[in-house]
Design a binder for this molecule. Structure first.
Ligand code: ZN
Length: 382
């Protein structure tokens, strides 16, 4: 299965639960800009512009740990939001479940900060959060009268970012712990499967794939080096301090925005020159090489991959990295290519989709993307 573009969880899950592309659901990345400014904001569930499937489908739903569903809203069933969830009470619907979940030591997310200082403590936390998540699913499976049940495991993502090297290297200190975490999830999946009736539909899927991270590539560094991005003198290097003369800037992971006149406070690009600048940028990205390898797999214009009423909020260009290259927008970077703590990175084209109980496989489109899942389930049910 293909992930969303970009292949980040907020975009992929928003696409999955609405069955729409970012141009229709309005979530283009983890961060976005306040209108008419370079100030960042954090889009949350209230910014999602299309309804999630549980507001449309008949019957009760139990939804556990889907990213970007915070703060929870009134709905028919149970919603426990996934990362980024800040306040426990605003993460649980209905409120009557707050106490039983606290009793289970339910955690909204693992503490990834721990991985930077104490990997053993991080892995312990990872395990405890998985145990509690499984306990919560069992409790809700048995106590709720539901039609749709959705459970997301997110600690696998953290594990693969920090310890992909441990997965690849059998002699790595954490190799067996890495595999053990996945075995526990396999067991939970097996347990869920054993609870199903003959006419139930079971779907397992990821929001993106994973692979080894060779290099982090700082797109904003490239834009600054090539003169497209400029900052006010004597001020912090920050998106907020972009100066007039900037032609383009980037938001994570690799969303490129033209600094258009009239749209941004220091906008300097006329609509008439936009096409020319887009072409220059496309050439720059398509020809970019590091260690003799092509860095960017694809450069998309927004109209190529998005459609819908929120298209104008979309970045003008969206880049997908080639194998091993992790694209980042951070303006603070002092070099183009670097290697930080992460050893694993997302992939756009190796997400997975497995279905059991689907009577007609022809309802699976080819190619299959994460935004198709909702419709597959709807077709299977009709
Ligand atoms: Zn991730």
């Amino acid at each position: 299965m293909l992930s969303s573009i970009p292949e980040v969880s907020s975009v992929a899950w928003s696409s999955m639960i609405t069955g729409q592309n970012p141009g229709a659901h309005g979530v283009f990345g983890f961060m976005d800009l306040h209108p008419d400014s370079y100030k960042m904001k954090f889009p949350n569930f209230s910014d999602l512009k299309a309804p999630p499937f549980w507001d449309l489908w008949h019957g009760k739903s139990v939804i556990i740990n889907v990213p970007s569903t915070y703060p929870v809203h009134e709905m028919n069933g149970v919603l426990i939001s996934g990362f980024v969830s800040i306040d426990f009470e605003k993460s649980i619907h209905p409120k009557s479940l707050i106490a039983p979940l606290k009793d289970m030591d339910y955690r909204l997310d693992v503490d990834s900060q721990k991985a930077h200082s104490d990997m053993d403590a991080f892995l312990k936390d990872l395990d405890a959060s998985l145990e509690a998540r499984i306990e919560a699913y069992r409790y809700l499976w048995e106590t709720q009268d539901w039609q749709t049940f959705m459970l997301v495991f997110t600690a696998t993502d953290r594990l693969m970012h920090f310890l992909w090297d441990a997965y690849e290297d059998k002699n790595h200190k954490y190799h067996s712990l890495f595999l053990e975490h996945f075995r526990k999830i396999d067991q939970a999946v097996g347990e869920i499967d054993s609870r199903l009736n003959d006419d139930d539909l079971l779907i397992m899927h990821s929001d993106h794939g994973f692979e080894r991270l060779d290099k982090d590539i700082y797109i904003s560094y490239l834009l600054a080096e090539q003169g497209f991005l400029q900052f006010k003198q004597d001020q912090d290097i920050a998106l907020n301090n972009i100066c007039y003369g900037t032609k383009a800037f980037a938001l994570d992971p690799a969303r490129i925005y033209l600094n258009l006149k009239g749209k941004y406070p220091c906008g300097s690009v006329d609509v008439a020159e936009a096409e020319d600048i887009l072409r220059q940028l496309e050439n720059l990205f398509q020809s970019l090489e590091v260690d003799g390898r092509k860095v960017i797999r694809d450069v998309y214009r927004k109209e190529q991959i998005y459609s819908g009423p929120y298209l104008e909020n979309a970045p003008d260009l969206i880049l997908v990295g080639a194998d091993g290259f992790n694209l980042k927008a951070s303006v603070k970077a002092d070099k183009l290519a670097d290697k930080a703590i992460f050893t694993g990175k997302h992939t756009q084209d190796t997400a997975f989709f497995i279905a059991k109980g689907l009577r007609d496989e022809n309802i699976i489109p080819d190619p299959l993307t994460v935004s198709d899942i909702k419709q597959i389930i709807e077709k299977a049910r009709s």
